[in-house]
Design a protein around this ligand. Sequence first.
Ligand code: FES
Length: 69
Amino acid sequence: MTSDAVPQRATIVACPDGPILVRGDVAIVDDDGVPIPRRRSTVALCRCGASAIKPYCDGTHKAIDFRAP
Ligand code: FES
């Protein structure tokens, strides 16, 4: 398996002071159930609320000093 291969089982990890990492075969949809394009097997979802590319993290959490252990 390559590092970008989709694992059999999905995992979700809340990174300290950062995004939620989603790995594996999980559909990401908007509030109407419409799939949101996903190009990688691992994606980072924003949980600070400041990303300009929600639902994905764009790294802004670092600039706003987001804290969430
Ligand atoms: S968690 Fe990274 S921009 Fe919000």
